[in-house]
Design a protein around this ligand. Structure first.
Ligand SMILES: [Zn+2]
Length: 479
């Protein structure tokens, strides 16, 4: 091949790391040195500045287009680039380039040693192009991964508007102590049955002003503060909860979740469901005595943090418009374990052949008998006619049997679903942002749950009678 006289140098800087390390001047210098060694004359430099040639980029490259036109028109008869990934990261584009090169037989070389003077050289270029494309794909994955990592560490990607409680411009890393105190005071009010309006009045009286317009607090603006995940130190990415901030925040995650429960409970029925529920079974749990909707809340006792479910005597949460009776205060974990079993079993049994078999199954008789046997057993034990060990042993068996019946019954009322696997997969994803979907699944299995208090003094597990689960479609039990 005759040595080309007129060569174009294509240099490109991109936003990726390699591009930043490799300035346009350095690329051009290396290309000019190559041309000098080969005795080629540089007639034109095509500097593509700050434009990505990656496959994820949709931007046009005017300099590249101009160079290809020049090569077709014969203005230049050779192209030199620093490396193949400076030319392109798209394998399709490289293929087009190599075809044009073959057609117009211009010279092509990189400072890293590739050229098109031989078949093997062309093959190597093609392979390198493919690798470059793959690298780009991996790179964009890495960029997302590192963003996520940064966010998980509580390092925000961007500033965003200031949130009450955080120092302006501190990117959620520093607090305003006075505002944190107001948020905490408001938190205590809300948990004691006061309204967001009360909090607004408190803050306004204390001289607090809003972050945006510096005006007085309104109910909506107060709610917005407590609805902000940032206030609870919760870091989100594309709307999903991805972890806790490393930096201080006005409320703990548990406190923030408590406020969500309170605000959700205050919503009108129409708006219910649009809140930020944080517990799967909130709304399903009713007080067995006064029928109030029970509240789930984080609590700390002797430095142990756990969730409890209780009938709130300071809030109106039943259809009768009366205050809760306050008789029940139980561990949420025990309750949710029981309900998880029921939901899981129902989903597992949604296989078509089982649905067919379960459809006609009426187990209310069996369940009634089991419940009666359990009550009789407990009576004997209470009357001191039984050793504790024997009682709990027998009770365990009866409960297991009862549970089986209840699960079968729940299954029998569950509608056929073609998305058995999907539902189970969704159900088992316990990530915080999956709660609404899990709740929707619960609603297909469980109509409502009534809780009763566990007697005093007994250290053993709560009695199975202290929870009454009404499966969906069970008319008898929902009276
Ligand atoms: Zn009650």
């Amino acid at each position: 091949m005759p040595k080309p006289k007129r060569v174009g140098i294509y240099v490109r800087i991109s936003r990726d790391r390699k591009g930043q390390e490799l300035g346009i001047q350095r690329q051009e210098k290396a290309c000019r040195e190559l041309c000098e060694r080969r005795g080629w004359t540089v007639v034109k430099v095509y500097p593509e500045n700050d434009v990505s040639a990656s496959i994820t980029s949709k931007k046009r490259r005017p300099q590249y287009a101009e160079m290809m036109r020049d090569v077709r028109e014969g203005t230049i008869d050779g192209i030199v680039v620093y490396s193949i990934d400076r030319l392109t990261r798209r394998i399709a584009e490289l293929t087009n380039f190599l075809e044009a090169q073959k057609e117009h037989s211009f010279e092509f070389a990189t400072t890293e040693g590739e050229d098109t003077s031989s078949a093997s050289g062309r093959m190597i270029l093609t392979i390198k192009g493919a690798v470059a494309q793959q690298e780009t794909e991996r790179m964009s994955e890495r960029v997302n991964a590192s963003l996520l990592q940064r966010r998980e560490k509580g390092q925000p990607h961007a500033g965003g508007p200031r949130v009450f409680g955080f120092e302006p411009g501190s990117a959620f890393q520093r607090l305003v102590p006075e505002e944190v105190e107001w948020i905490q005071q408001g938190y205590r009010l809300l948990l004691n049955g006061k309204t967001p309006g009360d909090v607004a009045r408190l803050w306004n009286a204390a001289g607090a002003r809003t972050t945006g317009t510096g005006t007085e607090w309104t109910i909506q603006k107060v709610k917005r503060v407590y609805r902000s995940e940032r206030v609870g130190g919760i870091v989100t990415y594309k709307g999903s909860d991805i972890g806790d901030s490393e930096h201080p925040h006005p409320l703990t995650r548990e406190q923030w979740e408590n406020v969500q429960s309170v605000l959700d409970a205050r919503m009108t029925p129409v708006a219910q469901g649009s809140g930020k529920r944080t517990h799967v079974y909130t709304g399903f749990l009713h007080c067995g005595y006064c029928k109030s909707v029970m509240r789930v809340q984080w609590t700390t006792v002797e430095s142990r943090t756990f969730r409890r479910v209780f009938c709130h005597s300071g809030a109106i949460s039943n259809s009768a418009g009366k205050l809760g009776c306050g008789k029940i205060n139980r561990q949420y974990g025990w309750v949710s374990d029981r309900l998880d079993e029921v939901v899981e079993a129902a989903l597992l049994k949604r296989r078509p052949k089982h649905v067919q078999a379960a459809k006609t199954e009426d187990l209310s008789g069996e369940i009634a008998i089991m419940e009666q046997r359990i009550r009789a057993l407990r009576q004997r034990w209470k009357d001191d006619g039984m050793e504790d060990e024997d009682y709990f042993d027998a009770l365990g068996h009866l409960r297991a049997e009862l549970q089986t019946f209840r699960q079968r019954e729940a299954t029998s009322v569950v509608a056929k679903s073609r998305n058995i696997v999907d539902a189970l997969t969704v159900w088992r994803d316990e990530s915080p942002d999956n709660i609404e979907r899990r709740r929707a699944i619960v609603a297909t299995v469980i109509e409502k749950v009534e809780l009763y208090s566990v007697g005093r003094g007994r250290r053993k597990p709560p009695d199975i009678d202290s929870i009454k689960i009404t499966p969906v479609g069970d008319k008898k039990a929902s009276g």
